[in-house]
Design a protein around this ligand. Sequence first.
Ligand code: ZN
Length: 167
Amino acid sequence: MAHYCFQCGTALQPGLIENRLREVCPRCGWIHYEQLKMSAGCRIQQQGKLFLVQRKNPPFAGCWHFPSGYAEVDETPMQTAQRETFEESGLRVVPGNLAGVYFYSDDPRGNGVVVIFDAQIESGEMQPSPETTAVRFFSPAELSELPLAGMSGTACVADWLAEQEHV
Ligand SMILES: [Zn+2]
């Protein structure tokens, strides 16, 4: 599919810029820098169980993941994590320490990085949203049976499970 210049609308052409093949505007010189998508979310645990939400929509429909989503340009990662958790689960949370930063390259919408914070529930009622079909806590044993959403979700759950073995 052809892409067009963000500044002048001319069809972009491939060009070697900084040793990478990028799309360049032959008319005004604008360079399309493809960048990682930025997401953030929360890792919530209670009594040895981990909170996950089930995706309603593709990609990864029906798979479970941490409440998380794309950052808006005027948000800090912590604000994104809070907002997305509320939108996807109904829970108002207070994000605390960084749990991990996870890269993914298996999402058809593009590669990205998700910043996950450990978070405490402050208020709210746990309930699915238009984006999620179910929300609940899982024990480590239950997690092993679960379809997880993508490589970042899988890695983050694996890290949490590894931590449980040392508690
Ligand atoms: Zn242009």
